[in-house]
Ligand binder design. Sequence first.
Ligand code: SF4
Ligand code: SF4
Length: 169
Amino acid sequence: MNYEKLYNKEYLQQLAYNEQNNHKKLVAKIKKQKPKQFDYMMAEYHGEAFEIFDCLKCGNCCSGLGPRIMAKDIEKLSKKLKVKEQVFIDEYLIIDEDSDYVFKSMPCPFLGCDNYCFVYEQRPKACSDFPHTNHTKMLKHISLAVKNSSTCPAVFYILEKLKEDFLFD
Ligand code: SF4
Ligand code: SF4
């Protein structure tokens, strides 16, 4: 696989689209696995993926997906920016159809052109948790990984590894 090409958003989207059926089969197989064993497997592949992929060469999640902003995030970010919480809310946030705060516009207002995050230490929890491939109880999150595979090259890579284990062994 040409890993470099996976940084290209359109290319990755097309690949993930082409893999839809395999990913469905994969999820069905994975659901039958033992939860703990699968968590170990995912932790290993997550580590491997982020040895290969560099978020600073990518930025796909920060430019395309709107993270949910929780109360604690608002507190941290407004402190970082030295503004009152309401000023931060008015300036940067809107409420989406699920009644959650999200950024008014994407790409994220804190994303630099070099893919650095201006608020990295205080970034929202949804950002630090992304791409959700290194949690416990990963069996519950595998469908989310499939969804994120069209945005995140690391997730697509992890699914390729899982395909080798569960579909093509
Ligand atoms: S806050 Fe930082 S990590 Fe989160 S989306 Fe914005 S740039 Fe990315
Ligand atoms: S988490 Fe994934 S989508 Fe986000 S910047 Fe890193 S490699 Fe790209």
